[in-house]
Design a protein around this ligand. Structure first.
Ligand code: ADP
Ligand code: MG
Ligand code: MG
Length: 350
């Protein structure tokens, strides 16, 4: 009996076969990239809430399943043991502490004159609990103390030192660094469209100051920690803000934050015009440049971010992009460059 030819035996010529293979590979890579990026940073439509978060007024730590209520004054006084000071800013002194075998942070007001800032920070911390904000574990208003989750890598000021320790050297790549910049812009995007409205990160008059307000988590994400100076903008009702009452100078702050009437007219806070959240956008290129650092590939990333960063530095605040637009551009650049690295030259071939 004659055998029928096997269907699968219809071989493609080698050139066609490799082209098909290439297209399949690119499709697979795109699908993986999409999953990877949307998992890491959330797509724009996704809720900002963290599935590991608890209802308002509750928290959970580590691998514990249940949510506990925020610790009260009594619980803090009875159950929290201060270990050592790990940070200090103008408003708070920050102590690494212990609570039921967990490392936690107890922040205490440094100076009673700053109590309004402290209480504003606490109010914001309560209202903005999300995947972008440090976790609140408890507070005691009458003793001016706040209890939060401890992050051993500390603030972003120590990022370069952290990336040089052997354990984290593998993270010192352009792509991890670009992902940190994306995380930072995601936090700004969250503040600009928060449940309370558009909030401006005012504690940001120089790069060091900005970096000290954010924490680096052990899995290399960024959380905002210091919410003491976060005024509300409402453009439709004409509500604008001023970051403090003193004169601001230098290139780091946005042009509209500087005294507009020249050196001959002495600074007067009453004559200083207010502004909006676009001051945060002006500062993004400088903060992102710090994230990108000087590793192999970071200059190529800088080149790709040139146009969006130039737009952030427009003198007219209204012409600057939104944090969402910046994030979209960063994401496109990350996707493009990962694809280039994985399959160099594929763009020309397709
Ligand atoms: P201030 O309001 O006085 O500026 P911050 O809240 O910014 O105080 O905290 C000061 C510093 O303390 C931070 O820059 C950081 O180095 C450290 N710190 C604060 N909270 C934590 C935390 N949860 N984990 C680790 N370090 C922290
Ligand atoms: Mg601070
Ligand atoms: Mg502060």
């Amino acid at each position: 009996m004659e055998k029928k030819p096997h269907l699968a035996k219809r071989d493609l010529p080698p050139r066609e076969a490799s082209a098909v293979l290439l297209v399949l590979l690119v499709l697979l890579l795109n699908a993986l990239l999409y999953l990877y990026l949307s998992d890491l940073h959330g797509s724009s439509g996704r809720a900002e809430t963290d599935p590991s978060l608890c209802p308002f007024g509750y928290f959970k730590l580590g691998s514990v399943k249940n949510c506990s209520p925020w610790l009260s004054c009594e619980a803090i006084n009875k159950e929290v043991r201060k270990l050592k000071c790990v940070g200090e800013g103008a408003v708070k002194r920050v102590f690494l502490s212990e609570w039921k075998e967990n490392k936690v942070v107890l922040s205490q007001l440094t100076n009673i004159e700053l109590k309004e800032d402290f209480l504003h920070g606490l109010k914001m911390l309560k209202a903005l609990q999300s995947r972008h904000v440090v976790r609140l574990l408890g507070y005691c208003e009458k003793q001016f103390t706040i209890l939060t989750e401890y992050h051993p890598l500390g603030s972003l000021r120590g990022l370069n030192e952290t990336l040089h320790i052997p354990k984290y050297k593998g993270m010192n790549t352009w792509h991890r660094r670009l992902m940190l910049a994306m995380d930072y812009v995601s936090v700004i995007r969250y503040l600009h469209s928060s449940p309370l409205g558009t909030l401006v990160m005012c504690d940001s008059n120089d790069l060091d100051k900005v970096l000290s307000q954010y924490l680096l988590t052990s899995d290399f994400h960024i959380l905002v920690n210091d919410l003491d100076a976060l005024p509300l903008v409402n453009k439709s009702s004409g509500r604008l803000v001023k970051c403090g009452h003193r004169e601001l100078q230098g290139e780091f702050v946005a042009p509209e934050q500087r005294w507009p009437y020249g050196e001959d007219v002495p600074f007067d806070d009453d004559l200083m015009p207010p502004y909006d959240e676009k001051t945060d956008i002006w500062k993004i290129p400088d903060v992102s440049n710090f994230f990108l650092g000087h590793v192999e590939g970071s200059d190529i990333v800088r080149l790709h971010l040139f146009d969006i960063h130039a737009a952030c530095k427009k003198k007219d605040p209204a012409k600057r992009p939104s944090a969402q637009e910046i994030l979209d551009t960063y994401r496109k650049v990350l996707t493009l460059l990962i694809r280039e690295v994985a399959m160099p030259g594929t763009r020309e071939m397709l």
